[in-house]
Design a protein around this ligand. Structure first.
Ligand SMILES: [Zn+2]
Length: 1027
């Protein structure tokens, strides 16, 4: 070694951790993943020569490096023997996120370090470049959201290159902030740095024990009555064992008659399946026979064949059931599908776009404006059918009838006739569990799984019988207790003692899962834990149960050792770690093929859980005492609105109502905040779209205009002062004021209630809406989803297929009920209720103390939001333009605001597209002029979004036969280059017909980047007779 060489000969990190990639002296950047309880790492650099100097983070390497919560960069510097040269190696150490939500000791920390998406402490904090105000997100969640739509979730601004700014300084600060122990609710008083909480929790003596006390079960009434007296639960299940056709098709494992070896094969395949499951970000391409689904199918085949040999072996039936249930998750969560099905889908999607376009054309014909709900689309189609029939055009009417059927089938309106494969899997699994149970009624496992699936199907009576049987057999099993608690919760009558049982058992189930987090230390183990879907944090049924627990806890104060409702909500909101995982997987799964994403119902259920939790937390925050919360509330309102906008949940009434309610809450807190008013306007506009012609739709449209106008008017002014006039004119605002007044008159200590209640939609309607997936997401979709090159795609999301059966939000009954009761009763009557029991039900789950309320126009001295100036933004103008464009009278004004948007934010495609389509009716050239103003990048950098614009220009000019127009040539070239020559085919044909050979030659030359004199091209032109 020469004296000026600076190089390491080896680099290791303390035992148990590995560097990626493997060390090589000339590789300078490494990464390393560690468990969340790891607080520090030691790094051991070795030099080939003793005289070289090394330093780790500018210190002697013998000292350990303290780790941040998220990422820590370790810099190893090696200096040559003569001191002339240095070389730097870096290790990026990433800590796994702590699985539970932390509570900071200081509420200011809690506010500052809250990720707006997960509502728990930030993890790997990042901000968006030049966003104003600066909002910090956890990296995994902002990644998830921006994968769906490449916009800033809060402002909807398109994101440029390098938008992500790492906030490592904040990570360091946050890591040192004091937090409370996860188990403070169980009595632990210890406080520590955030960075140390994982390590503490592992050894905390207050950690819930995994051993449950059987007395809690054996002392219950039902146990004494049924199990202890050995009179056994009579289960009224009428079930006969039979081999069904689909099972026969599975019994195809050849040459094997030995049950043991069939089982061994099945197990082998099941293991392989788990191993092959895609990770987030994987491209899901498998060679034939190599997909995880193939393994799963093989496992099913082997079990089914074993059943053929030994039809009365209950365990075999049970295992087949598990395999089939897994099939459901494989398709729903990982987007795995059989090849043949995928081909069909591709074909389907090509047709889909065409049909959707036809439907939209018919809608325009019948005067339905804007983003259309399925309902309105169906209405328009129906009108068209009637018209055609009257005109005697029966053939055409028949065709439109097929469109009608297709659309209604797609929307799942005709109910039972659409049973998707996914549903089949769950149903088949249920049948197999039933078979197993009928063969052996004394197995707690069969009864547990049967009960669980029955509960999912909404048959809670039968479910309870099986779960109680299981519990009688195995009183200390936490999963059985949890699901029994859920089943009890769904019984019609619940006694007080029973309620205590429910709380205890739900909580024990939750704590069991919590304890598991701190029990297993290796990634591998945890992964396996997460993919066992029946008992994991990825299970929406489980999370729904936790929501119910939170609602119950807020209703009653049980013992000191129960968790506070906040804790329960926060706790499972952190499960978005895993929610994010399945988001990512299902999102990426379909992305490769098309942008009409196949997002499964599991994901949607989890998203509902997240939204409901967000909403409950927002209500809780609003109702808490204390000043200075406005900025926090505003941030949460914006976050939940962003989540709704970017969610994969199909358009439905309940989502729109939630969005509107949240926006109203935001405005109530800060009535002069431009941004809050704008969001409210967007929500109102979406409502008006979904109601369209109806009176309510008109009112919503008028409100939307008012809200946008207020938002624009308040730009540049302070957020303190009287609420704007445009707001006080709105009915809901007046209603709210009246309600507040009423409350003060009638009660000295006002009954708590959710801050805003829409007085419409009775409880049943609400539940129905969600389970049906009623149409309409409205403007929310059209704003956020700007990435598709055709307009059709954008609206297509409004007509998503919504499966019905398993939409059930197991365990959500209580929450729904309390919401619904409030709604049905209307605003004023809520307060008139006197029965203490009833009014309790109407509390928001989070609210303990019936003390505070939102005061309209309440002013605070120290809050930053109120002293802040309202920013100027194009968003309310775009919203106002859209609202105005809905009515013919105000379309001129709409044009004006579209122009303003284009001036303020020239990069926003939507404004050009919508303005041009407004102008197109009367003045095609004006529309072309609008499109031509779009600042197109050089052709080689143009995206599909840009191609939409060039395509429209070409389309309009060609349609009006304006072949000499100067915009035609450049846009033909640009469009052809991005979309391919095939897209120009019909135009080329038309131009040939007109003998526009000069233009054609230039187009071809332009697309091929060649000069017209190019020899090859010349040959081609001669062949085409263009010269
Ligand atoms: Zn502790």
């Amino acid at each position: 070694m020469s004296a000026n060489a600076a190089q390491l000969s080896d680099l290791t990190i303390q035992t148990g951790h590995e560097l990626y990639p493997d060390f090589s002296p000339t590789t300078y950047d490494y990464s390393c993943y560690v468990h969340f309880d790891c607080c520090e790492v030691r790094v051991y650099p070795q030099t080939p020569d003793k005289s070289m100097q090394t330093a780790v983070n500018d210190a002697s390497f013998s000292e350990p490096v303290m780790l941040n919560v998220g990422e820590t960069v370790v810099i190893i510097k090696v200096t040559s023997a003569d001191g002339a040269n240095t070389q730097v190696y870096t290790i990026n150490v990433t800590r796994e996120p702590v699985p539970l939500a932390v509570m900071f000791c200081d509420v200011r920390d809690q506010m500052e370090y809250e990720c707006p998406i997960s509502l728990s402490a930030l993890y790997k904090p990042v901000s968006i470049h030049q966003s104003e105000p600066k909002i910090i997100f956890s990296a995994p969640y902002i990644d998830m959201l921006t994968r769906r739509s490449k916009v800033d979730p809060f402002t909807e601004r398109p994101l440029g290159e390098g938008w992500k700014v790492l906030e490592s300084e904040l990570d360091r600060r946050m890591s040192n902030a004091p937090v409370k122990c996860f188990f403070s609710y169980r009595g632990c008083r210890k406080q520590m740095r955030y960075a140390e909480i994982g390590a503490h929790a592992k050894d905390c003596r207050y950690k819930p024990s995994s051993d449950l006390d059987s007395v809690e079960v054996t002392e219950t009434n039902w146990y004494r009555k049924y199990v202890a007296s050995s009179s056994n639960l009579e289960i009224m299940t009428d079930h006969t064992l039979e081999i069904r056709n689909w099972e026969k098709r599975l019994q195809t494992a050849f040459g094997e008659h030995d049950v043991d070896s069939l089982i061994a094969h099945a197990e082998e395949h099941f293991k392989l399946y788990k191993k092959r499951l895609p990770n987030p970000g994987d491209m899901m391409q498998y060679d034939p026979g190599q997909s995880p689904l193939d393994d799963l199918e093989q496992a099913a085949i082997h079990y089914a064949t074993a059943i053929k040999v030994k039809p009365h072996d209950a365990e075999l039936h049970f295992r087949l059931g598990q395999t089939l249930e897994e099939h459901y998750y494989a398709t729903e969560m990982y987007g795995l599908k059989k090849e043949t099905q995928e081909d069909d889908q591709d074909l389907g999607q090509a047709k889909y776009a065409g049909r959707q376009e036809e439907i939209l054309a018919i809608c325009r014909l019948h005067g339905f404006p804007g983003t259309l709900t399925t309902e309105n689309q169906l209405k328009a189609l129906d009108m068209e059918i009637q018209d055609l029939k009257q005109q005697g055009q029966s053939a055409k009417a028949d065709y439109v009838q097929t469109l009608f059927l297709w659309l209604s089938k797609k929307a799942g309106k005709d109910g039972s006739s659409v049973v998707s494969d996914e549903k089949c899997w769950l149903f088949r699994a249920l049948l197999k569990y039933l078979d197993a149970c009928s063969l052996n009624a004394d197995s707690w496992e069969y009864n547990l799984h049967l009960g669980r699936l029955l509960l999912l199907q909404g048959t809670s009576n039968e479910a309870l019988q099986h779960l109680q049987t299981a519990l009688g057999l195995q009183p200390c099993q936490p999963a059985i207790r949890f699901y029994t608690g859920l089943a009890l919760l769904q019984q019609k009558e619940m006694t007080v003692t029973c309620e205590h049982e429910v709380v205890l058992w739900l909580q024990q189930g939750l704590e069991n899962i919590m304890a598991q987090f701190f029990a297993s230390h290796y990634y591998k183990e945890r992964e396996q834990l997460d993919t066992g879907h029946d008992w994991s944090v990825m299970n929406a049924q489980f999370l729904r149960g936790c929501l119910s627990l939170a609602a119950l806890l807020s209703k009653n104060s049980f013992s000191d050792l129960t968790m506070s409702p906040e804790q329960v909500y926060h706790m499972y909101v952190t499960q978005t770690n895993t929610l994010n995982l399945c988001n990512t997987i299902s999102g990426l799964a379909a992305q490769g093929i098309s942008r009409c994403v196949n997002q499964g119902e599991v994901l949607q259920q989890l998203e509902w859980v997240l939204l409901d939790a967000h909403f409950a937390l927002l209500q809780g925050l609003i109702q808490q005492e204390g000043d200075g919360k406005q900025p926090w509330i505003v941030k949460r309102c914006q976050a939940i609105t962003a989540l709704i906008r970017l969610s994969s949940i199909g358009p439905c009434r309940e989502l729109l109502d939630l969005q509107e309610k949240v926006c109203q809450m935001g405005v109530l807190v800060v009535p002069r905040c431009s941004r809050a008013l704008c969001l409210l306007g967007l929500a109102q506009l979406a409502q008006s779209d979904s109601h369209s012609a109806a009176e309510r739709g008109q009112a919503a449209l008028a409100n939307a205009c008012l809200s946008f106008q207020a938002s624009i008017e308040l730009e540049g002014s302070h957020q303190t002062g009287e609420p704007p006039e445009q707001l006080t004119k709105q009915t809901w605002w007046k209603d709210h004021l009246d309600a507040e007044k009423d409350k003060k008159v009638k009660h000295e200590t006002p009954e708590p209630k959710p801050a805003v209640e829409s007085s419409e939609a009775p409880a049943d309607g609400k539940k129905l809406a969600r389970s049906r997936g009623a149409p309409a997401r409205g403007i929310a979709t059209s704003i956020a989803k700007t990435s598709a090159p055709t307009r059709v795609n954008r609206t297509a999301t409004a007509a998503k297929h919504m499966p019905q059966l398993a939409r059930s939000r197991a365990g959500g009954h209580l929450v729904t009920k309390s919401d619904g009761a409030g709604k049905a009763a209307g605003n004023s009557s809520i307060k008139a209720q006197t029965s203490p029991c009833k009014s309790r039900q109407q509390q928001s789950p989070l609210q303990d103390k019936p003390t505070s309320e939102v005061k309209v126009g309440k002013q605070d001295n120290d809050s930053t939001v109120l002293t802040a100036l309202n920013e100027k933004s194009y968003v309310p103008r775009l919203g106002l333009a859209r609202a105005l464009a809905r009515t013919t009278d105000s379309q001129k004004q709409a044009c004006h605001f579209y122009q303003e948007v284009i001036d303020m934010a020239p990069e926003v495609h939507d404004a050009y597209i919508e303005l041009a389509s407004l102008l197109l009716k009367d003045d095609a050239l004006a529309a072309v002029d609008v499109y031509s103003r779009f600042p197109l990048k050089p052709v080689c950098e143009q995206t599909f979004d840009d191609a939409f614009i060039t395509g429209e220009i070409v389309h309009i000019l060609m349609k009006h036969e304006l072949y000499e127009h100067p915009q035609l040539l450049p846009n033909l070239v640009a469009h052809g280059k991005v979309m391919g020559l095939g897209c120009l085919e019909k135009y080329i044909g038309a131009l040939e017909g007109r003998l526009m050979t000069n233009l054609l030659r230039r187009v071809y030359a332009g697309i091929h980047d060649k000069s017209e004199d190019d020899e090859e091209l010349q040959d081609f032109f001669r062949f085409k007779c263009w010269i």
